[in-house]
Design a binder for this molecule. Structure first.
Ligand SMILES: C[S@@+](CC[C@H](N)C(=O)[O-])C[C@H]1O[C@@H](n2cnc3c(N)ncnc32)[C@H](O)[C@@H]1O
Length: 258
């Protein structure tokens, strides 16, 4: 017998807010409420989502706090690159933060994704939230990781790339595996393969400036010891810091060139 879905208070509130009925969601098996309302709140921004993009997670909001602390400490113009932007959530929150900084020069802000449909949503979110003028300050590139990049430097690189190990994909909740894009989830055998490829490209193409930092959201077993054992090139070339999420799980890595 299938268990009937019980809506949470959050889901009920979201339905109410967007003028939808509980039955509208109950009729859609395990669909996340955000795909029905079409919106999610992320760092106080109302971000549009659809099934071409991952629903930005509450943990990722913590990544923004780590990054803004770093930005506060930068004394140089900011050159920022986000790889795998999806709905644009991370860059939208950073852009929002930057637009409130008086003495910070934004030299360059590039967003990439492999998915055309995701970039369309990211662009839409920028023009909805910050006006069409914001689009001239940002470059949106359809790109496989950093394949098209050369001869430029960034002092901030951020990526929440797919990090679920392939073997764990089947264990994901139905609300995730039946509705969210597989391109946003599957990170390869250990979950770190795509991230590793991106980091190797950063090294090989010398894309990170001397004091620049890379902020990554990762799977909970992707800690320094794991990288030392499985991805020695990354361990040897970067100093790495770990940071936990609010659920006390290892979740973020901050890298700087050695
Ligand atoms: C986990 S989602 C994160 C989305 C968004 N940054 C966030 O934090 O909510 C990963 C994103 O990486 C993109 N992606 C997957 N493989 C990629 C690749 N090879 N190159 C660039 N982007 C990729 C997916 O399309 C997806 O939008």
């Amino acid at each position: 017998m299938t268990k009937s879905r019980q809506l949470s208070i959050y889901e009920k509130n979201q339905l109410l807010r967007y003028g939808l009925k509980e039955d509208d969601l109950l009729a859609r098996a395990e669909m996340p409420v955000e795909y029905l309302t079409g919106f999610v709140n992320f760092k106080n921004l109302e971000i549009k989502v659809n099934q071409n993009v991952l629903i930005p997670r509450v943990e990722t909001e913590e990544l923004i706090d780590l990054i803004t602390n770093f930005i506060d400490s930068i004394r140089a113009p900011l050159s920022c690159l986000e790889v795998g932007t999806g709905s644009g959530a991370i860059s939208l929150a950073l852009f929002d933060f930057l637009s409130r900084q008086k003495n910070l020069l934004l030299e360059k802000f590039i967003l990439t994704d492999l998915s055309t449909a995701a970039l369309k949503i990211a662009k839409e979110n920028f023009s909805r939230l910050f006006g069409t003028g914001s689009l001239s300050k940002i470059q949106f590139l359809e790109n496989d990781l950093l394949s098209g990049f050369s001869e430029q430097k960034f002092n901030l690189i951020v990526a929440n790339l797919p990090y679920v190990p392939s073997g764990k994909m089947a264990n994901l909740d139905l609300s995730v595996k039946d509705y969210e894009p597989i391109l946003a989830l599957n990170g390869g055998e250990s979950g770190f393969e795509l991230i590793n490829k991106m980091l190797e490209q950063v090294l090989d193409k010398e894309l990170l400036s001397e004091k620049g930092q890379i902020f990554l959201e990762v799977y909970e077993n992707h800690n320094i010891q794991f990288i030392k054992e499985k991805f020695p090139k990354i361990f040897q070339n970067f100093s790495i810091r770990e940071s936990k999420d609010q659920f006390n799980r290892q979740r973020f890595l901050i890298l700087q060139k050695i």
